[in-house]
Design a protein around this ligand. Structure first.
Ligand SMILES: Nc1ncnc2c1ncn2[C@@H]1O[C@H](COP(=O)(O)OP(=O)(O)O)[C@@H](O)[C@H]1O
Ligand SMILES: [Mg+2]
Length: 238
């Protein structure tokens, strides 16, 4: 159908932390524009590690990564991709480092060369989209876990990425906030890979769910095949 290369393509990626067994064992995975993939797997199965490999925060022991069709080799390659690939860290405290919410959410756009006013406007728009417009003057480190989670997502979305990596985005969210998150993710026409323990939550915002176990991803089995039987009508593939 499309002549576009996959947004992300992992080819035979293996990884082990120094002095430890293999965490990722010859992983092949690709995500194309409009796809929303869920990854489930037990604690310690290497899900977070996989995201860090994709972002270039860890170097694979073997294998290659192509992002937008370009092979990632140097730190400079990865730096360029940070602009288009957004990672929501598993721990929001790894993402938030400014005194106020506004500064945190405007940081990305400023860094991408937007003017102060533009960055502020983007930040406001993004916070409004997440239903937290009134957070802008709040002190980031005083927010609750769930509030931090949403602000962290806002910092990622404000950079207008083409593909998202979401590491357990529902952690610490109450039911209402979870609903907001589901609505937002379904309304944004974004491509993403999402990690979660909550299959029910995940099935509402992904089109396929794969199991990660023993360093491998079984992409031949959609573990959400039953829960995915009612596709979200609000989401359109490109
Ligand atoms: N920095 C590290 N050094 C050594 N081992 C690590 C490090 N980070 C994670 N691990 C180990 O690698 C495995 C995979 O971890 P992780 O990717 O965080 O799994 P998941 O996100 O699926 O819970 C676990 O056994 C974990 O203990
Ligand atoms: Mg993890």
């Amino acid at each position: 159908m499309t002549s576009h290369p996959p947004l992300i393509r992992l080819n035979n990626i293996s990884f082990s932390y120094p002095g430890r067994g293999m965490v990722l064992d010859h992983i092949n995975l690709e995500i194309n524009r409009g796809e929303r993939i869920g990854l489930v797997g037990p604690n310690g199965s290497g899900k977070t590690t996989l995201f860090h490999i994709i972002m270039g925060l860890l170097k694979p022991t073997s294998g290659s990564i192509k992002i937008f069709g370009k092979e990632m080799k140097t730190d400079k390659d990865f730096k360029e991709t940070y602009k288009k690939v957004g990672l929501l860290f598993q721990d929001a405290d790894d993402q938030l480092f400014c005194p106020t919410v506004m500064e945190d959410v405007a940081f990305g756009p400023l860094n991408l060369g937007r003017s102060k006013d533009e960055a502020k406007a983007i930040a406001r728009k993004t916070l409004a989209k997440l239903g937290i417009a009134d957070f802008e003057s709040r002190i980031t480190h005083r927010l609750s876990g769930g509030e931090k989670r949403l602000v962290a997502l806002a910092t990622v979305l404000s950079m207008e990425p083409e593909v998202l990596l979401l590491d357990e985005p529902s952690t610490g969210l109450d039911e209402n906030t979870k609903k907001t998150l589901i609505d937002v993710l379904n309304r944004l026409e974004l491509s993403y890979i999402l990690i979660s323990h909550e299959i029910e939550f995940m099935s509402k915002i992904t089109d396929a769910m794969y199991m990660m176990e023993n360093g491998k991803i079984r992409t031949d089995v959609d573990v959400g095949q039953y829960t995915h039987s009612h596709p979200n009508p609000g989401h359109h593939h490109h």
